[in-house]
Design a protein around this ligand. Sequence first.
Ligand SMILES: Nc1ncnc2c1ncn2[C@@H]1O[C@H](COP(=O)(O)OP(=O)(O)OP(=O)(O)O)[C@@H](O)[C@H]1O
Ligand SMILES: [Mg+2]
Length: 243
Amino acid sequence: MATEFADKPRNGFALAQIMSESPEVADAYDALFGALRLAPPLASGNVILVTSAEPGEGKTTVASCLAATASLAGQKVLLIDGDLRRSSLTATVGSGDTAGLIEILLGEAEAAEAIHPITADPPQAGVVSFMARGRKSPRFLGAVDWSNARTALSSISQAFDMVFLDSPPILAANDALLFARIVDAVVLVVGTGNANLDGIRRAKEHLDAIGTPIIGAVLNRFEPKVHGPSNQPYRSYYRGLRT
Ligand SMILES: Nc1ncnc2c1ncn2[C@@H]1O[C@H](COP(=O)(O)OP(=O)(O)OP(=O)(O)O)[C@@H](O)[C@H]1O
Ligand SMILES: [Mg+2]
């Protein structure tokens, strides 16, 4: 991709730090990724929204780890910071001053201006393409033509095998539900300990009303000794909500 950053990947340090620190977590992400890539909705599109009901459930972590896992598996990956309010990915990569998602959605930037490579962690994951949040305020979402935005995102996604779109929580801002209309599938992250069943139900109802398929739920921060039967060797697991 011809960008001003093309020859000099920025450091995505800590992009997937949790995964690189624990083989068990890396195994769980391999299993999750293996299941997701076979999900029927991804036969016709490859843009996956990663969201949750409430703040802090692990959306950014899961999106980053999935991007690194897919890259490790040889996929050409685009990771997008769709959290225009708490843009932790953009802050990590240090791309707050570049055109990004908001300008793409508004039709004010080309892919080449908004996408640049970052080095992944673990390093074997190579280089992942990254789109920052962009310069404009989330208030500009009100000016987006969502039909055009869908076309723009879909066109960008054709240059990649998988696209992961991080987002704010569904119950805290409308943004994730706007994005749900222009992606191909949704992964719902549930943070063990800070999620509540009513919130998850309401988030799922909102997503069901839009109709974009939820291809999986990730139970994050699952500690077998605290939350489940003992002697289970994994810390997180997934299950499909629909088949
Ligand atoms: N499985 C995990 N094990 C340990 N720490 C975790 C795990 N998942 C997330 N964290 C940590 O929890 C914090 C919140 O995670 P993260 O930023 O991914 O959540 P988020 O849903 O994106 O939050 P926000 O709604 O604020 O965007 C971070 O400090 C992250 O490093
Ligand atoms: Mg986040």
